[in-house]
Design a protein around this ligand. Structure first.
Ligand code: NAD
Length: 330
């Protein structure tokens, strides 16, 4: 039986990845600071541990796993990453995790390590035009990410590649672009744009107004979590090491995203633009390399993933409302 370790298995993508690996009949260990928030983990073994701690990391990587997926990171949406208030934590926490994980994997001679990098590594200078951003893999250098989160991701990409060069560790690096779907963070400050907008729309009364950060003309693309998992597994089992974009090329403005979600909800809502952290003006995946090397592209349009995501978040909103009403009555 093949074995896999998923670091960050209590998180959004990590918990979906564990389920996919179980479907493939892997024996799976998950490790995270916490269990998944919205359901049971499918992992055979789950260790609650802090990967910033080298000894916890050594304990988690206690054998020669066939596959290790490193998704643990201190991360969040624009409200967490782009305000500047969390920069020291983001850099120190995530760098510590990666330094420990790569070393533990090397010492156990694991089969292969996947590292989840991000579109945030791309230079700010190529993302000023909302209609024409450049996020080709080859544009990453000279480096100039617009956030410390992006700089840490770039540092860690280089860390895994240095271990490959000097110690022969097999690594695969995917640069995720805005992944969304059910069972992701949808409230509390670390949620990203699709989840935050689904929540705002679900909470709004028909005919009322929702607030958007910035003027809403900033553009992004969004990848449904099932597509992300498929691409991750494909990259992991291929001979191509990356770094390679894992994202969608269907670029939309945040205003358009809000309108689409409002339509899915069957509501009529106005939008008020308010000041807030927005990140770069334009960003979308460039999929030339992944198409060439892996023959992969997303299989469905954005709308297809937004429907189940909205339905799930609307259900969470209803549940939270029910709890508040019960609490008020007590
Ligand atoms: P997530 O926040 O849901 O998952 C990350 C998990 O890491 C969390 O469960 C968290 O508890 C865990 N973690 C944090 N610090 C830890 C520590 N010290 N020890 C152990 N576990 C720790 O995020 P996600 O959306 O599932 O993202 C997974 C990975 O993909 C992250 O590395 C993220 O940077 C990267 N990524 C995600 C996106 C996206 O759109 N979701 C985009 C680009 C890159």
């Amino acid at each position: 039986m093949k074995t896999a370790l998923v670091c960050g298995a209590g998180g959004f993508i990590g918990s979906h990845l564990v389920t996919a690996l179980k479907r493939e009949r892997f024996w799976v260990r998950g490790v995270d600071l916490k269990y998944p928030e919205f359901g049971q983990t499918a992992a055979d073994d789950f260790i609650v541990a802090d990967l910033r701690n080298p000894s916890s990391c050594t304990a988690a990587v206690d054998r020669r796993f066939d596959e290790v997926y490193q998704l643990a990171a201190d991360m969040g949406g624009a409200g967490y990453v782009f305000t500047g208030d969390n920069d020291a934590d983001i850099m120190h926490n995530s760098a510590s995790i990666n330094l420990n994980v790569v070393d533990a994997c090397y010492k156990r001679n694991v089969g292969r390590v996947f590292y989840s990098s991000s579109a945030c590594i791309y230079p700010a200078r190529n993302q000023r035009d909302p209609d024409n951003p450049n996020c080709k893999e080859s544009s990453a250098y000279p480096a100039a990410p617009d956030s410390e989160y992006g700089w840490e991701k770039l540092f860690s990409e280089r860390l895994y590649l240095a271990f490959k060069r000097n110690h022969g560790i097999e690594c695969r690096i995917g640069r995720y672009h805005n992944v969304f779907g059910p069972e992701g963070t949808w409230t509390g400050g670390k949620e990203k744009a699709p989840a935050a907008l689904c929540r705002k729309v679900a909470e709004a009364r028909n005919g009322s107004t929702i607030e958007l950060w910035g003027d809403g003309s900033q553009t992004r693309s969004f990848l449904y979590v099932d597509e992300c998992i498929k691409a991750t597994l494909l990259l992991m089992r291929s001979d191509f090491e990356g770094p390679v974009n894992i994202g969608s090329e269907e670029m939309v403005s945040i205003n358009a995203l809000a309108r689409t979600i409002t339509r899915i909800a069957g509501k009529s809502l106005d939008i008020r633009h308010i000041p807030g952290p927005v990140g770069v003006r334009g960003r979308t995946s460039h999929n030339g390399l992944i198409r060439e090397k892996l023959g992969w592209a997303p299989s469905a349009p954005l709308q297809a993933g937004l429907r189940p995501t909205y339905a799930w978040i609307a259900q969470q909103v209803e549940r939270a409302r029910g709890c508040n009403v019960r609490r008020a009555a007590e």
